[in-house]
Write a protein that binds this ligand. Sequence first.
Ligand code: NAD
Length: 425
Amino acid sequence: MAYIEPAPIKDKENPLESMMERFNIAAEKLGLSDEVYNVLKNPAKQVIVSLPITMDNGKIQVFEGIRVIHSNILGPAKGGIRFAPDVHLDEVRALAAWMTWKCAVVDIPYGGGKGGVRCNPREMSKGEIERLMRAYTMAMIDVFGPDKDIPAPDMGTGPREMAWLMDEYSKAHGMTVPAVVTGKPLVLGGSLGRTEATGRGVMVSALSAMQKLKINPFQATCAVQGFGNVGSWAAQLLEERGLKITAISDHTGAFYNEKGINIEEAIKHKEANNGTLEGFKGGDLMENPGDLLTLDVDVLVPAALEDVITAANADKIKAKLIVEGANGPTSAKADAIINDKGIMAVPDILANAGGVTVSYFEWVQNRLGYKWTADRVNRRSDRIMKDAFEHVYQASQKYDVPMRIAAYIVAIDKVAKTYTFRGGF
Ligand code: NAD
């Protein structure tokens, strides 16, 4: 399944503004100097290219391609490439900055980047998509590089497109360069453990938070919204660690079982049913799927869409802990309500960073020319996630702020300090 990184609050608020709202609070708490603030609020590089492609009907169509590097002060930029009809510069800028913070929070040596091509891959043939991906790669041949900018899949792209990118880049350099891109098929140097990495990181974050909140996993209940890559892995791994998953959902409906849903059965049902939970008999179909978010559970894992916890429903949430598997599931306006209620929210830039962590491992393995076992990948990513949680938790205590702002503080502080040491303005 492609790595999907939707805009924080797509179509509802300007994504860049919504990200900056949290950035501003953290910058103020940190006492960030104006100079560094001004550097960080603007992307380091923005490239817009025009991509003429011969379509299957023989006509030439021109597509717009974007790549934004928000910061490469901590290392090469890292971020996915989105193929979508409505992708625009503001969105790509916000997502690139988001990647800077995410990589800094988990302390991996990457900056933030993001790319987009304005097209509708659903209406294009495989050959047209391949020509477009290769043209985009060639147009960005001086931008990409294992030490400069390492793309990955995002909405509308997957391992197939990453293989084309790797091939085109390698041909232009006269040698095979697997480390130029992550999210590749396993045979081309993809990493074991990548599929479950994000859900696994959600599980590690949830258990770390439960320890702080003194919630016993063997007596805890949990609801998971979304049963795709992140949600199904998070549910399975949390169930294995003792939690009772009383509700799960996907776009076809939500299912509740007071005694606990058997996640293995739910996954089997999904696999046999075109990837959906429709018709699942291991729980009662909820009348209003949105009610899953306000169930009386200890832990809530939104792992589907952005902007589902809003000012309209935040005061009805009963969970003691929210662990954000999805990107941007909580709107900026809901933050204050959640905080007033004393709910701990482990933010997306921390909770779902297991995915980018294992993408980093893919790059490391490519550069080593060696393949790690799944066990080694899992152990190392668990350690990174645990350390990152503890670091953010300590910052939340020190600055007396919620975990979300603490995560931004940790990230901005790291990037700002690096700017100060490197200097050169
Ligand atoms: P996915 O496409 O595999 O799964 C999405 C799931 O959400 C599906 O089960 C879908 O049915 C469900 N869904 C859609 N609309 C819904 C609705 N209205 N109510 C309930 N469920 C609904 O995607 P994914 O890779 O699991 O990504 C989920 C979220 O996690 C996204 O926000 C993504 O950006 C974020 N994320 C993913 C990764 C990763 O490695 N896959 C990494 C970081 C963040």
